[in-house]
Ligand binder design. Structure first.
Ligand code: A2P
Length: 338
């Protein structure tokens, strides 16, 4: 691996996903020659540890990418739109965790367990899909290959860390404040109290679209088709924020063209890459956000036939949104680039 070592930049290093990038690169022994940590001016000079060494965070500028082979972006779509072109101009290949380029025709949108072949088609940027979409397609691809999925109905239960470190802080403070008997809600990041509550609006900051959906819901609907390479799959989504710090959970209903039994799905998923089946109802074993946090797998359970239709399956899918939903998936893509 040593001779393959590359100069790597992490844009948004100080964020929730950025911190996870460093942990994952370290634990997977990604061959890093030079590491450049980039964030806003506010963080310039801050120190972060990687492999036991202190690295200084630098302010992101258009000159930040000289000599950089791979740039991992996770600082939001507007930063990606502005700086990915400079990175490409400097000769870097970008793996972008934002939504900026995901639906562009010439940008591959990749989940390595599903469509690794698309990586080769890149022109300097590969998009990392939406967190809720990644864990769903990892679990559904093996079913689609065997029984052809016609329609997906998904409802999510998403952790606050998907909205960044400030959102985690807001949930913590609000929870403590409510438990203290003080007033919990002071309008900050979320438009309503998130502690002891459930908010059917993701992202919290953006307006609903004319069709009544949120952009997160549209991402799940559009990105699923692109990653699975099948425009015929019909998808409808409801995305919901819950007071959980880490790991997104999803209730997923699929209708298939070919009949497939719950037992067959269980068998199929138990040998599929990146999936851990946890489905032992008699012992109250099913995927949990708390168990998935800090782990790499997509956990699937509650697998059962939909008794309301002829060919349908229900599943409960849980994964760490900062790992497989973001940093891990991006690092897997970077590994394939090597
Ligand atoms: P900073 O910590 O300096 O604000 P999160 O998703 O947890 O909110 O993190 C967002 C990441 O994006 C952080 O690393 C943040 O850096 C970075 N970021 C935000 N705005 C900018 C900017 N204008 N230029 C570079 N990085 C930015």
């Amino acid at each position: 691996m040593e001779e393959m070592a590359v100069n790597l930049a992490v844009v948004g290093a100080t964020g929730a996903v950025g911190e996870e990038f460093l942990r994952i690169l370290e634990s997977r022994k990604f061959p890093v020659k030079e590491l450049r940590l980039l964030a806003s001016r506010r963080s310039a000079g801050k120190k972060m540890q990687f492999c036991g060494v202190d690295y200084t965070v630098h302010e992101l500028t258009k000159h930040s990418f000289q000599g950089i082979k791979i740039a991992l972006f996770s600082a939001g779509a507007s930063i990606s739109r502005e700086y990915v072109p400079y990175a490409i101009e400097s000769g870097s290949v970008c793996v972008d965790n934002s939504s900026a380029f995901r639906m562009d025709d010439d940008v591959p949108l990749v989940v390595p367990e599903v469509n690794p072949q698309d990586i080769a088609k890149h022109h300097g940027v590969i998009a990392n899909p939406n967190c809720s979409t990644i864990q769903m397609v990892v679990a559904l691809k093996p079913i689609h290959d065997v029984a052809r999925i016609k329609r997906i109905v998904v409802s999510t239960y998403q952790a606050v860390s998907g909205a960044g470190l400030k959102a985690i802080d807001e949930l913590r403070k609000e929870t403590a404040s409510v438990l203290d008997g003080k007033e919990g809600f002071r309008r900050n990041l979320f438009p309503h109290q998130i502690a002891f509550n459930v908010l059917p609006q993701i992202p919290q900051s953006s307006a609903f679209l004319p069709n009544g959906y949120t952009s997160e819901e549209m991402k799940m609907m559009n990105e699923t088709k692109k990653i699975m390479g099948d425009n015929n799959i019909r998808v409808t989504a409801t995305t919901v924020r819950v007071p959980v710090i880490r790991s997104h959970s999803e209730s997923v209903n699929v209708e298939t063209e070919k009949k497939i039994s719950a037992a067959e799905v269980k068998k199929l998923l138990s040998v599929a890459p990146g999936i851990r089946v946890v489905d032992d109802p008699a012992n109250q074993l099913y995927p949990l956000a708390t168990d998935a946090a800090g782990r790499d797998d997509v956990f699937v359970g509650r697998i059962r036939e939909d008794e309301s239709i002829e060919k349908g399956i229900n599943l409960w899918i849980v994964s760490d949104n900062l790992r497989k939903g973001a940093a891990l998936n991006a690092v897997q893509i970077a590994e394939m680039l090597l």
